[in-house]
Design a protein around this ligand. Structure first.
Ligand code: TPP
Ligand code: MG
Length: 592
């Protein structure tokens, strides 16, 4: 047996806990780790060209595969470049294992090259602290195995999140003190929690008595791999299902029980259902600002008239916004399976009237949605028509990663997520740039299906550094850029508020009104097949072409600044006192 170094031990442990992909950019502080990953048989390296590509990709990879991916960075400049993806993963409860190389301990505080220690030795770890569940800073190579297992367990357990192993440079090459790989079998053990049975039974009774129950499924259902259990519970009991924007896809939207997405970016139908429901079963969601339309009473939820029951793997998500009548704490598959058993043992609710009431809403919402899908004109293509062409272009399951801007709401509200689709949106972080870099993670997680990266021109400009990676690894990604030559959502907001724009239109602040970044040319230069679509009549054939490419493709859809969010849905408004008043609300019938 040969003695192993700290770097070799970490590469080994990462494989043992199920990591497949390691993405990042090396430098001298993390070089030994890069070389150990390169030499390992099981880990697959993804060399990116900006650290944020690695952290965003890892975030979305976890959301789809349920497995953590590693993003590694060098000293503080690399770590700082990767921060946005870590913070976004933290805000949205997604697991990422970050491995950072840090300045060698002997140089700390003495003017070490690339050290961040002016205030305290090793402050790169302080950069990472607020954007991770925990930072580990091994003091010797023999700490690495234990620290890595603890980091993995922390990342994936409870509500998932990013973690960081921030390793001083000298430790990588130190002897880890053992012959051969550590045996982690008894350490990296995961269990599943089960909700309290009496709480399950009381919840079943509340559901059995409700006249207008609604399920609101959050991303906890996706992350908890509980889509099948949700389907059984909803269908066996005939209960309508909404999702949050981030939870979109947890329940197929072509199912007659689906009402779509609740909240600001959601549908008129889902918001009407949530307002009218007398009982809402919240699954793996915390009813945050965008889901609850800024908690404005009667916009999405009617907390005074609705009883909430909430299920989550983590107690701290319960009653984040509204008082609850019951809390089911446990793994989402167990919560749903136990609840279904309990409901099956009693009389199933008769909800025909409630579903009838919703069909009238459904018909009226279908009209509103249809009216907003006008094709537009040459060089001013309607985004709703693009969503239709995209949906029609693929009968196969797909991954879709949404960026942030006015193009985003069109997908959340109007793209029909079907069984086995993953439609990823970020609402906690909503960082621009996740659309393309995240699509890399999606394509690595499910390479057998096509991945769509859905972005605005602002978001794509911010993540151009990810384009060569898409081409270099020949990832089956179709990039759709809704190009209005503006930070459109900001420009619209400014026009509505003040009748003028500032810092939101790409025209050189008026000096170059015709400037247009040629994304198709940039993509081609990177090795990606690309087309400009200027006419709505070309949409169908363009999508047919793009989705059938062997490798990546890009469609530059020419939109214009006057294009808007789709109509309907919830609201997002200045908070005023809404959030603070929540504690003084009267609870709903049967509420706690
Ligand atoms: C990293 C980051 N910076 C700024 C913002 C604020 N912001 C939200 S949407 C948006 C404009 C998006 O422009 P674009 O990608 O072109 O989308 P459009 O609204 O034009 O569809 C901005 C600046 C953000 N969400 N993330
Ligand atoms: Mg734009």
């Amino acid at each position: 047996m040969t003695r192993m170094t700290g770097a070799e031990v970490l590469a080994d442990v990462l494989q043992e806990v199920g990591v497949e992909y390691v993405a990042g950019i090396p430098g001298h502080t993390v070089n030994d780790f890069a070389l150990a990953v390169g030499a390992s048989k099981g880990l697959r390296p993804i060399l990116v060209r900006h650290e944020a590509t690695a952290t965003f990709a890892a975030d979305v990879y976890f959301r789809i595969s349920g497995k953590p991916m590693v993003a590694f960075t060098h000293a503080f400049p690399g770590a700082a470049n990767g921060l946005v993806g870590l913070a976004n993963a933290y805000a949205d409860y997604s697991a990422v294992i970050h491995v950072g190389g840090d300045t060698a301990s002997a140089a700390l505080g003495r003017g070490g090259y690339q050290e961040l220690s002016r205030q305290f030795n090793g402050d790169t770890a302080q950069l990472l602290r607020p954007v991770t569940k925990r930072v580990w800073q091994p003091r010797s190579a023999s700490d690495i195995a234990q620290n890595a297992v603890a980091a993995y367990i922390t990342a994936v357990s409870g509500r998932p999140g990013p973690v960081s192993l921030n390793v001083p440079q000298e430790i990588w090459s130190e002897d880890a003190g053992s012959d051969g790989a550590p045996d982690i079998a008894g350490f990296a053990v995961r269990g599943k929690s089960r909700p309290d049975q009496s709480a399950v039974e009381r919840t079943a009774t509340l559901i059995g008595r409700a006249a207008r129950p609604l399920i609101v499924a959050g991303n906890g259902v996706n992350v908890g791999r509980a889509r099948a259990e949700l389907m059984t519970l909803a269908r066996e009991n005939g209960i309508p299902v909404a999702t949050t924007a981030v939870g979109k896809g947890a329940f197929p939207e072509d199912d007659p029980l689906s009402v779509g997405v609740v909240g600001w970016t959601g549908s008129g139908l889902a918001n009407a259902a949530a307002r009218a429901a007398d009982l809402i079963l919240v699954l793996g969601a915390r009813l945050a600002e965008t889901t609850a339309s800024s908690w404005a009473h009667g916009a999405t939820f009617n907390p005074g008239a609705t009883t909430f029951v909430q299920a989550d793997i983590d107690q701290s998500a319960i009653a984040n916004a509204y008082p609850v009548a019951e809390a089911l704490i446990g793994d989402m598959t167990n919560v749903l399976a136990d609840l279904e058993l309990s409901l099956a043992a009693s009389t199933r609710p008769d909800l025909a009237d409630w579903r009838g009431q919703l069909s009238a809403e459904r018909a009226s919402w279908a009209q509103t949605a249809l009216a907003s899908r006008a094709p537009g004109t040459t060089r001013s293509i309607g985004t709703g028509a693009v969503v239709c062409a995209l949906r029609r272009s693929s009968a196969e399951p797909l991954n879709l990663v949404n960026d942030c801007g006015k193009h985003h709401k069109w997908i959340v509200q109007q793209f029909e997520a079907r069984k086995d689709d993953y439609v990823v949106s970020s609402m906690g972080g909503a960082s621009m740039g996740i659309g393309l870099a995240g699509a890399i993670g999606a394509a690595l997680a499910r390479p057998q299906v096509r991945t769509v990266a859905w972005l605005g021109d602002g978001g794509l400009s911010m993540s151009l550094a990810a384009l060569p990676t898409v081409a270099e690894y020949r990832l089956p990604i179709t990039i759709v850029v809704i190009d209005d030559a503006a930070y459109g959502v900001v420009a619209n907001m400014q026009m509505n508020q003040k009748g003028r724009t500032a810092f939101s239109v790409f025209d050189g602040s008026g000096t170059n009104p015709d400037y247009r970044l040629d994304f198709a040319a940039v993509a081609r230069a990177c090795g990606i097949a690309a087309r400009v679509v200027a006419d709505p009549g070309e949409l169908t054939s363009a999508f047919g072409w793009a989705m059938q490419q062997d490798g990546p493709s890009l469609l530059n859809i020419i939109s214009n600044r006057q294009s808007v969010h789709p109509a309907g849905g919830g609201v997002l408004q200045p908070l005023a006192q809404n959030a603070r008043e929540l504690m003084w609300l009267p609870s709903g019938d049967g509420g706690a």
